[in-house]
Design a protein around this ligand. Structure first.
Ligand SMILES: Nc1nc(=O)c2c([nH]1)NC[C@@H]1CN(c3ccc(C(=O)N[C@@H](CCC(=O)O)C(=O)O)cc3)CN21
Ligand SMILES: CC(C)C(=O)C(=O)O
Ligand SMILES: [Mg+2]
Length: 285
């Protein structure tokens, strides 16, 4: 069992901010775990940042299972959370249960679903089975086509009501936390005050119980980052410089240097061995 459990995350509400980041592979997850992140999250955003899609709708269970396994191998301390991809839980509850089990068996400690009120029965069943669940309301990217893109949520009375309904339904169904994505900060604050489980914001302001960002966005590896992202480093620029350097050294012959290859010290010894090898090959023809 990892050090950070769903119970620990619940206990952090009002005491300590929850720090969450996405990761999609083994080396990244190793770095995030050593950096002391509380939650390492295999998000379905991997469809965009790892697979180059324009939205998250084409992510499969197979992709989520493979990436969850890779991340899970690396993480000793943080809670490992896996996203349920589009259409893996909405069609019927049994399918949702089976797919959640696949992610747990790939090494996740908990799963996340988009929505709340509509999936309260599934959440309740998962929790009863012993699978911790995180909900997600506000901007839910799996409704990209209906929304007609990604936009700020919670401006109208109807949207505020929907977000509150989702958050309260998740709390009641036994979810251990809720992601609030791209909502007005006042709405996120209200939700945070109205429910007893932690809220984790992304583009939802400071008055929440924790924050999550996408790996490639905060490290500067992805071009089309959302407007709420803070870029903590220009790793993309560093990668490009390193690769340009490598290319130039290949073209100019500076790589490989003397420390990166092995040669015969006794050239006469090599000449004899090579001549015999060539002779044998000629005999075989
Ligand atoms: N790399 C990445 N980071 C994320 O945070 C993220 C994803 N991908 N994919 C799934 C969702 C989608 N998210 C997004 C993506 C874009 C905007 C954004 O750019 N909004 C613009 C308007 C864009 C438009 O309407 O075309 C804005 O200015 O509000 C917001 C949230 C957040 N999530
Ligand atoms: C943006 C976060 C919350 C997410 O769901 C993802 O990365 O898939
Ligand atoms: Mg997601």
């Amino acid at each position: 069992m990892r050090e950070i459990t769903a119970r620990r995350i619940i206990e952090m509400k009002g005491k300590e901010k929850i720090a969450m980041i996405t990761a999609y592979d083994y080396p990244s997850a190793l770095i995030a775990d050593r950096a002391g992140m509380d939650i390492i999250f295999i998000g379905d955003s991997l469809g965009m940042v790892v697979y180059g899609e324009g939205n998250t709708l084409n992510v499969s269970m197979e992709q989520m299972v493979f990436h969850t396994r890779a991340v899970s191998k690396a993480v000793k301390r943080a809670l490992v959370l896996a996203d349920m991809p589009f259409a893996s839980y909405e069609i019927d509850t049994d399918e949702g249960l089976r797919n959640a089990v696949r992610l747990i068996q790939a090494g996740a400690d908990a799963v996340k679903i988009e929505g709340g009120y509509d999936h309260r029965k599934l959440v309740r069943k998962l929790v009863r089975m012993g699978i911790p669940v995180m909900g997600h309301t506000g901007l839910t990217p799996q409704r990209y086509l209906r929304f007609g893109g990604y936009r700020l949520m919670g401006e109208t009375e109807e949207e505020i009501e929907e977000i509150l309904r989702d958050a309260k339904a998740l709390e009641k169904a036994g979810a251990f936390a809720v992601v609030l994505e791209f909502t007005l900060a006042d709405v996120a604050k209200l939700v945070t005050e109205e429910i007893s489980i932690p809220t984790i914001g992304i583009g939802a302001g400071p008055w929440v119980d924790g924050q999550v960002l996408v790996w490639h966005d905060l490290l500067g590896i992805y071009e089309e980052t959302p407007p709420f992202v803070k870029k903590y480093a220009d790793i993309g620029g560093m990668m490009r410089l390193a690769i340009e350097n490598y290319r130039e050294e290949v073209k100019g012959g500076a790589f490989p240097g003397r420390e990166h290859y092995w040669e015969f010290l006794d050239k006469e010894d090599f000449r004899k061995k090579a001549a015999r090898a060539l002779e044998k090959l000629r005999e075989e023809d």
